[in-house]
Design a protein around this ligand. Structure first.
Ligand SMILES: *[C@@H]1O[C@H](CO)[C@@H](O)[C@H](O)[C@H]1NC(C)=O
Length: 304
């Protein structure tokens, strides 16, 4: 009785896992991720936590053992999630080139107290809600007004992606996505379909000075940002996700998930709540800067 039930459930799991995913397209899962070992509120209204690697391995180099997590609702419509090495500073887009709030300075001693076991918690702004799971650590971002999950890094056994990875020269993080979300962005490159993301297409950000006549190639600029348009029961909404990291990266969009694989730097996510595409662009350019208007005379003979 028992063995056959076990075989049946193993068989069921296999069917569920391989349904629609060919084994060759399943990327290797690296490691067991991190666990949250402390979390506290900061004086400026953010939250600060520490993550400890669960099981070290040497795939793509040793794991960074302790990470600092900083989360803050910086404005009504902007949520920032910053994850870096807790023990030494790492390369980030320089703060003098792109002026923005600095995460708290790294602590000299890191409390590993687990007096209050941490379970699912929420940290809410006016429209975006950050929530997390402690072990293995994952986070999600939800929209308050319609309950939609916008981003969710949690990985199940069947998912074609693993837990968060943080090495000196290899960072990986993924999110689940609803299959009917429409994504646009991840420039600059020459995808034949334009700026809409298509599942299975390669998106590499590794700035190169080549002619835009080459298809499926990356160009001069690196814009690791996408806008996600959704329709929930006839109600449209748009939001945007920026991963502020200037290192080379591959972004794998699979239709129901998206994985970033980066060769350095930190995870520095900014979520812009929209809800219209124009509001998203406004919120995004409030952070990264707006394009300068071109003087009319500079168009010379091309104005008409
Ligand atoms: C994130 O995904 C996990 C695993 O599928 C699920 O259990 C959890 O409810 C999701 N979280 C949110 C906020 O949607």
């Amino acid at each position: 009785m028992f063995p056959s039930t076990t075989y049946a459930s193993v068989f069921l799991v296999l069917i569920l896992c391989f349904n629609g995913v060919s084994p060759s397209s399943t990327p290797t899962k690296i490691g067991e991720g991190y666990r949250l070992i402390s979390i506290e509120e900061t004086r400026d209204g953010g939250i600060l936590g520490h993550l400890q690697v669960k099981q070290k391995n040497n795939i793509y180099g040793p794991d960074i053992p302790l990470l600092q997590l900083f989360v803050k609702h910086e404005t009504q419509d902007r949520l920032r999630i910053h994850i870096t090495d807790a023990e030494k500073s790492r390369w980030e887009v320089p703060y003098n080139l792109l002026p923005r709030e600095q995460p708290p300075v790294l602590k000299q001693t890191i409390g590993r107290s687990r007096k209050n076991p941490i379970t699912v918690q929420e940290f809410s702004g006016s429209e975006l809600i950050f929530s997390y799971k402690a072990d293995p650590f994952s986070f999600a971002v939800k929209r308050k007004s319609n309950g939609q999950t916008l981003f969710n890094t949690s990985s199940d056994n069947c998912d074609p992606f693993g837990e968060m990875v943080f090495k000196d020269q290899y960072l990986e993080i993924s999110t689940k996505l609803p299959k009917d979300a429409s994504l646009y962005g991840l420039g600059e490159n020459t995808q034949p379909h334009g700026i809409k993301l298509y599942p299975g297409d390669p998106y590499t950000l590794y700035t190169t000075d080549i002619s835009a006549i080459n298809l499926n190639a990356d160009l001069y600029g690196s814009h690791p940002v996408y806008m996600d348009l959704r329709n929930v029961n006839g109600q449209p909404s748009a939001h945007s996700v920026l991963l502020l990291n200037s290192n080379g990266m591959d972004v794998f969009y699979r239709g129901t998930s998206l994985t970033y694989k980066i060769i350095g730097g930190v995870f520095d996510f900014y979520f812009f709540s929209g809800p219209s595409p124009l509001a998203v662009v406004d919120q995004y350019t409030t952070l990264i800067g707006r394009p300068a208007p071109m003087p009319y005379w500079a168009l010379g003979m091309f104005h008409s």
